[in-house]
Design a protein around this ligand. Structure first.
Ligand code: SAM
Length: 243
């Protein structure tokens, strides 16, 4: 196994931890999500924000820099929570940040937030070891919806009045179904940005065969050995609250 350099302080002189930190590195999805949050900085200023699946903590860090009043993160991986806490403390957001080790909405039962962001695992594949990532990083189950659906279904109970959610959404995961789920709670889903993300072969080869068969040439674009997927950043608001 090669040694991977990480620019963050190590949590412990332990190879597994070092690997985990490298595995938490931001992706093109992370970058696109931050791009949209930067463009909507007025929405972030003074907001109580929550991120589900906070990973390295970098999205929360960006929200802190954009002027969020408080930062709350949840992740199922212990190393992600530790890494996020370190990053936020390093950047001076330790006082306004709280991070929880837990599953989806559980750590924030009964609480509401002005802005909820997520870059959830929602690649259509069963949980598996994609090289360089933790098994919990990308896999969204056979149709990509294993975490997406409970996330969307929980928004109504966790968004403050006038609040909004901004999330990554692969175009090869049914956007219409996501619209239906939030519409059932009186919310609207709009696409804020569509971009292309590179899909490495070792990830594409794990994609649910039936999804790949339908999406190849539609939301998945192949050029020889290289593949890209359309990916949306979507904004979910209560009807009439978009802006
Ligand atoms: C695609 S990564 C995104 C990480 C980070 N937000 C970013 O954009 O770089 C998905 C994150 O969700 C976390 N995760 C997976 N299942 C989860 C669950 N049930 N509840 C909370 N977090 C979860 C993973 O550990 C991982 O950090």
């Amino acid at each position: 196994m090669g040694v991977t350099n990480v620019s963050k302080p190590r949590l412990a002189p332990d190879a597994r931890v070092e690997l985990s930190l490298a595995a938490l590195r931001p992706s093109e999805y992370t970058a696109a999500l931050i791009q949209v949050l930067q463009a909507k900085s007025a929405t972030v200023q003074g907001a109580k924000v929550l991120e589900i699946g906070s990973g390295s903590g970098v999205v929360l860090a960006a929200l802190g820099e954009l002027g969020a009043a408080s930062l709350c993160g949840i992740d199922i991986e212990e190393d992600a929570v530790a890494s996020g806490m370190l990053l936020l403390a390093e950047l001076g957001h330790g006082e306004t940040a709280e991070l929880y080790l837990g599953d989806m909405w559980l750590p924030v039962t009964g609480r509401r937030f002005d802005l909820i962001v997520a870059n959830l695992p929602h690649f259509p594949m069963e949980r598996s070891d994609v090289p360089g990532r933790l098994p919990t990083w990308s896999a969204g189950g056979c149709n990509g919806r294993a975490l997406l659906d409970p996330f969307l279904e929980g928004l109504d109970a966790h968004l403050a009045a006038g609040g909004r959610a901004i999330i990554t959404h692969n175009a090869f995961v049914d956007l219409g179904r996501s619209r239906e789920i939030v519409a059932a709670c009186g919310m609207a889903l709009n696409v804020a940005l569509t971009t292309l993300v590179y899909i490495p072969e070792d990830k594409l080869s794990r994609m649910t065969a039936s999804v790949l068969a339908v999406q190849d040439g539609r939301a998945i674009h192949r050029y020889g050995p290289y593949a890209f997927g359309d990916m949306h950043i979507v904004e979910i608001t209560r009807h009439g609250a978009a802006g």
